[in-house]
Design a protein around this ligand. Structure first.
Ligand code: MRU
Length: 359
């Protein structure tokens, strides 16, 4: 197997009139297709349709999406107030794409502040340059965060461990390398013999389609299981640690992540297996304390009744399809961030780690 072949979930080439491309994740693992997103509507559609997905990756894409939205103003030499208005409108519009991952709003807030913090820019071009610089900064910071999370996370995974993960948290879900998967890649690179069990992650199979694709590229020994097998695999003694990503973490550590994560956490708790969450500080929302306050995205019934095409349930039935669930902090052993490991989970400790340096 050809290991460590680079792939980019999101890329920007050129100046402000350059191109935003994504790797269309809906087509993986069968096809690797780069998609150029030429207008803000296609950026919005790509996020809604999960062509680009994973909390950090959608934040980065949306940030570049604001630059895409400004390209017409730049080409038509719009007045500065008109250009600023277009950029702010794009931020509002892109914020309607997906509700749960806070990285989207975090990135768009930074883009908004770039507009409002520079009221005296001379032209649409100058505003575009500032916005592109901010988007690139968000992208670069995420790269560094992922590698730091990888190092901290790997310290929790010992030689000989079986490690279970849910959904996809690798380079596809971030700028590169990932969060929970970065910990696994780093442990593997350092020579630790670990074996990964990846939940397939119903209904959209991010685990089967994306995580297994990434693990194979990095040459990490791994086994795909159905979500419903996780508890049994734990019972058989195959799992010594669980590590997952996050879409939003509250001030006390309650964590929203892909639907099914909560059940995995309960099973891990029952089997006394440590349950780790790995996420950059951009995934924390310390404006809320309880996980009940996290907005949970509801997705189309067809994702369940027509998994990837063919109907798999009778017509006219009722379907419930929340894309995320919330794992209460009490089931989380530790949270791995780019600034270090938070353990035990206490609100003061979380706030000190997350807020102190970013304010
Ligand atoms: O609906 P998705 O595929 O965007 O959900 C992604 C997840 O739940 C990931 O686990 C999370 O965003 C962490 S990505 C590093």
């Amino acid at each position: 197997m050809n290991t460590e072949v680079p792939y980019a979930s999101v890329a920007w080439s050129g100046d402000t009139l350059g191109a935003l491309t994504i790797l269309d994740q809906t087509l993986l693992p069968l096809q690797e297709v780069q998609l150029e997103l030429r207008n803000v509507e296609s950026v919005h559609e790509a996020i809604v349709a999960l062509r680009v997905r994973g909390a950090p990756a959608i934040g980065i894409t949306a940030a570049y999406g604001v630059v895409v939205a400004l390209q017409d103003s730049i080409r038509h030499r719009a007045s500065t107030p008109d250009a600023a208005h277009a950029a702010l409108q794009a931020c509002d519009y892109l914020a309607t794409s997906r509700p749960t991952a806070v990285n989207l709003f975090w990135a768009l807030d930074r883009m908004r502040r770039t507009v409002s913090g520079n009221p005296s820019v001379a032209s649409a071009v100058e505003l575009g340059n500032l916005l592109l610089r901010q988007a690139r900064l968000i992208h670069d910071e995420d790269r560094k965060m992922c590698h730091a999370i990888g190092e901290y996370g790997a310290s929790l995974l010992s030689d000989g461990f079986g490690v279970l993960t849910h959904c996809n948290t690798g380079g596809l879900a971030t700028s590169e390398y990932g969060t929970a998967l970065a910990a696994i890649f780093t442990a593997h690179r350092s020579g630790k013999k670990i074996h990964v069990y990846a939940d397939e992650t119903r209904p959209l199979l991010q685990g089967a389609r994306l995580t297994m694709w990434e693990l194979q590229r990095y040459g990490v020994p791994s086994t795909l299981i159905c979500d419903s097998m996780a508890a049994q695999v734990m019972r058989e003694g195959k799992i010594q640690a669980v590590i997952v990503g996050a879409d939003r973490i509250t001030a006390r550590g309650d964590t929203a992540n892909k639907i099914g994560t909560y059940g995995v956490a309960i099973a891990a708790h029952h089997h006394r297996i440590p349950f780790y969450v790995a996420a950059p500080t951009s995934t924390f929302d310390v404006t809320i304390t309880s996980g009940d306050e996290i907005p949970i995205e509801q997705r189309k019934p067809e994702e369940i009744t027509h998994g990837f095409g063919r109907r798999t349930a009778p017509e006219g039935i009722s379907v419930y399809n929340p894309a995320f669930d919330v794992t209460p902090a009490e089931y989380i052993t530790a949270i791995v961030t780019e600034r270090g490991i938070i353990h035990p989970l206490e609100e003061g400790r979380i706030r000190r780690m997350v807020v102190a340096e970013s304010s």
